[in-house]
Design a protein around this ligand. Structure first.
Ligand SMILES: NC(=O)c1ccc[n+]([C@@H]2O[C@H](COP(=O)([O-])OP(=O)(O)OC[C@H]3O[C@@H](n4cnc5c(N)ncnc54)[C@H](OP(=O)(O)O)[C@@H]3O)[C@@H](O)[C@H]2O)c1
Length: 353
């Protein structure tokens, strides 16, 4: 398995990692994703480790903590072989108090300690803020994260679902006080959701913040089982959660799936493998967090690494998934088309072909 540095931190992460949103099935939303219990989770962890994938992503809100508990049990006795990424900020259903949400010092410390208990460990390798909390001053957030790192409870910090300015302002404040910077940004990015490229990819490239990609198959749509004119497969989380998360028009989805089908056919790979491999070739991407309901899906997705799509195949996928930039990015694209040397990675650089 190829390892990449997470941004400009010293931490090396495998290009494929495993997301445990499918562990537990502890509430209606996550039950639609999966209900992997401890025994199966152990097997999935084992399969990952055999393939060289040692980074596991979870969050306190996944199945209201059950995902962390199950992951903790699944890695029992192998803590030193794995990297754990988890997240805080959002409210779990047990948290009824006004202070049980957000990135305040009060909530982050309690949330971190609760995650450590559930995971059965005394440190978290990458601790993410799950979202931006506009009510808590950024220096309160970052000084708390600094203390968590200094206390040894957290090794590296990351954020998730931030806007460009949230990230940039946070990095600036961290630098001002000499506090740890966000090493990684956990972001939604897929062949049917390329908004990451507008602002966040250029910030990541400029500032050395590595991307950890969530929902790389577009919220479970680029599986090869969602096709024009066909009903959804009988078992699919899309039945219950398709109208949550990232939305996509049918026309755009099928245009991309058609291109994926062509590339899959000519490369002898499956649709999910091609979709995941495309992401591995994008600037700033440190790791792609695979989702898998079962062993079969996991094994297939593990086959997304260790080879590269050809340039013409990438260009075909780029073309099929290209969208008209919103302002000011169309303006910047026009400028960089005339001045290619000024192009930053992202959609201001028009895709090839
Ligand atoms: N930071 C955040 O805000 C955030 C948000 C979402 C997710 N995440 C993280 O990212 C991880 C992955 O997200 P995701 O599950 O949404 O990723 P995804 O890759 O977009 O979707 C995964 C789903 O696609 C289907 N699938 C996957 N591989 C397949 C295959 N080979 N063949 C057929 N179907 C396949 C399965 O659903 P079905 O079997 O139901 O079709 C699976 O649960 C999560 O576990 C979590 O750790 C983070």
């Amino acid at each position: 398995m190829e390892f990449r540095q997470l941004g400009k931190s010293g931490l090396k992460v495998p290009v494929l990692s495993f997301g445990t949103g499918t562990f537990g099935g502890g509430n209606e939303f996550f039950a639609a994703w999966g209900a992997t219990e401890v025994e199966e989770a152990r097997r999935l962890v084992e399969i990952c480790l055999e393939a060289g994938v040692n980074l596991f992503d979870t969050a306190d809100i996944y199945s209201d903590g059950l995902s962390e508990t199950i992951l903790g049990k699944a890695i029992e006795g192998r803590r030193d072989q794995v990297l754990i990424s988890t997240k805080a900020t959002f409210r779990t259903s047990a948290g009824k108090d006004p202070n049980d949400v957000g990135s305040s010092r009060y909530h982050l410390i309690r949330a971190c300690e609760a995650s450590l208990r559930r995971l059965g460990t005394d440190y978290i390798d990458i601790y993410h803020l799950h979202g931006f909390d506009a009510l808590t001053p950024i220096d309160e957030v970052l000084s708390t994260l600094n203390n968590l790192v200094a206390s040894g409870k957290v090794r590296y910090i990351g954020c998730s679902n931030f806007s460009g300015w949230h990230l940039m302002k946070s990095l600036d404040i961290a630098d001002r006080y000499g506090w740890p910077r966000y090493a990684g940004h956990q972001v939604y990015y897929s062949l049917i959701g390329r908004e990451y490229e507008w602002e966040l990819m250029p910030v990541g490239a400029d500032q050395g913040v590595g991307a950890l990609i969530w929902s790389p198959l577009g919220w479970g749509r680029l599986t090869g089982n969602v096709r024009r004119g066909q009903p959804l497969p009988k078992v699919s989380r899309l039945h219950k959660t398709g109208d949550m998360g990232p939305q996509v028009s049918e026309e755009y989805l099928h245009r991309v799936v058609d291109a994926l089908d062509q590339v899959a056919k000519e490369s002898g790979k499956s649709v999910p493998q091609v979709a995941l491999n495309w992401l591995l070739q994008r600037p700033t991407v440190a790791t792609v967090i695979m989702g898998a309901r079962n062993e079969q899906q996991l094994r297939q997705n593990l086959g997304a690494a260790g080879w590269n799509l050809h340039a013409d195949q990438i260009a075909k996928l780029d073309r099929a998934s290209d969208v008209t930039p919103i302002y000011p990015y169309w303006h910047q694209r026009q400028f960089t088309e005339r001045n290619p040397a000024a192009a930053a990675p992202g959609p201001s650089t028009k895709c090839e072909g």
